[in-house]
Design a protein around this ligand. Structure first.
Ligand code: CA
Length: 434
């Protein structure tokens, strides 16, 4: 192993020999190096290619400090990223820098690494983590205000909202990888506010554009994660589609919040973008006005930051795909506009001594901005169906129809830095089962 076996991937001028890694509009330059699962084990993506970490280990490519580390070896034996996420920050940094050495232009290891590379798209068959617990927040002020004003016109934002990051416990077992079909769910719905309900397929199926993050190192039951340290407990970020049945939600959400309207499927993008790769895109946050209440001390993050991630949603109908038409852009928003930060969400979640575990998924809630075209779900975008949108095939949508494909994309751009992307989070709506 040569003396320069560790290369800092955050160097913006670093280039790679891997195909697609240096495309200006690509998501996966050498500065990104997201992790996913491929062929039953952890893998890293660069450009259009992926490398199974086990293959690199078997070829003797890792530096000795890693290849002789028991925790690292055990992590590679786990089929998902749950083991990798628990590694100490120094080990993860060494891994990341070692991988950058593999892929850097002029690397002496190119001849050994190149034959090991695989098609990155194969990874989408697996979700990156076995998710023990999934929690979904409600952290966008614009989304909460819009939705609140539809359901409670005189009282859109409840008095707790600016004090406490609101969330609900979702369901880990129904988290699915990008590309999985989503069957239109059945549920109880009503035609008048007081019922009586009937049971059948939802008529108001919606998506929610969200960013999720996986917990790395957790905390023991009865202990907490201080907000100033919370960022360091985050392993990485993905795109999340929190599929929602609005008619079911409306009838069931009081008094305990969402339940069957949400837990029939949640789609995640396959490649987990590490917090290290996103460091250059941290921005001061959250945006608050002088009228906003001061947050309680346990949520007051001295390093408080949001992430400047541009998020987009597209819809493609079955007709559009058959005709070869491009999908239609429905909205574009920024994750930097969130009122509550990822660190605040994680610190709050653990603030009562709740034990967070490696691979737990925390999602942000729908990301919406101030303008109509930055609203992150159809409920808001069509204002509950009052303002339908038109797709590329001329058809109108108030909510999703069978055959519609929802495609989410996310990326970071900043002058002088390569674009860092999240890839795609996709799902096609399948007809209800009879
Ligand atoms: Ca949600």
């Amino acid at each position: 192993m040569s003396g320069n076996a560790l290369v800092d991937p955050s160097n913006p001028s670093l280039r790679s020999w891997v195909s697609g890694a240096s495309d200006a509009d690509g998501d996966f330059p050498i500065q990104n190096l997201p992790y996913g699962t491929l062929d039953g084990g952890p893998a890293v993506r660069i450009g259009n290619r992926a490398l199974c970490l086990r293959d690199a280990l078997d070829a003797g490519l890792f530096v000795k400090k890693l290849s002789s580390n028991d925790d690292f070896l055990m992590a590679l034996d786990v089929a998902w990223l749950n083991g990798l996420a628990e590694l100490e920050p120094e080990q993860l940094k060494m891994l990341r820098w070692n991988l950058a050495h593999f892929f850097a232009e002029g690397s002496p290891l190119r001849k050994q690494v190149e034959p090991l590379l695989r098609d990155a798209d194969a990874a989408a068959e697996d979700a990156p983590f076995v998710v023990g617990d999934y929690t979904d927040f409600y952290a966008s002020l614009h989304h909460a205000t819009n939705v609140g004003s539809m359901f409670r016109p005189t009282n859109p934002l409840l008095p707790n909202w600016k004090h406490v990051p609101i969330g609900y416990h979702g369901r880990g077992s129904s988290i699915v990888p990008s590309g999985t079909g989503v069957t239109r769910p059945h549920g109880q719905t009503v035609t008048s506010d007081d019922g009586p309900p009937s049971f059948g397929p939802t008529k108001l199926l919606d998506y929610e554009l969200e960013v999720g993050f996986f917990v790395g190192r957790g905390n023991e039951l009865g202990t907490t994660i201080p907000v100033a340290d919370a960022w360091n407990h985050i392993f990485g970020f993905v795109l999340v589609n929190d599929w929602s049945a609005r008619d079911v939600q409306k009838w069931e959400y009081q008094p305990l919040g969402p339940f069957l309207a949400k837990n029939f499927a949640t789609t995640v993008s396959p490649w987990v973008v590490t917090r290290e790769a996103l460091e250059p895109y941290r921005v001061p946050g959250p945006p608050r006005t002088v009228d906003d209440p001061k947050v309680l001390a346990y949520l007051d993050d001295p390093n408080g930051c949001n992430l400047d991630v541009t998020l987009e949603v597209f819809i493609s109908s079955a007709t559009m795909r058959a005709q070869g038409l491009a999908s239609t852009l429905i909205s574009r928003a920024s994750f930097r506009d969130m009122f509550w930060t990822p660190a605040q969400m994680l610190a709050h979640h653990a603030s009562n001594g709740c034990n967070m575990q490696a691979g737990d998924l925390l999602a942000s809630g729908t990301v919406s901005g101030t303008t109509k075209d930055s609203r992150g779900c159809l409920l808001e975008r069509t204002w509950r169906g009052a303002e339908p949108i038109t797709l590329g095939d001329g058809s109108e949508r108030k909510f999703l129809l069978d055959g519609d494909e929802v495609i989410m994309r996310g990326y970071c751009v900043k002058a002088g830095l390569p674009r860092i992307g999240f890839g795609e989070c996709r799902g096609i709506v399948l007809p209800a089962k009879s």
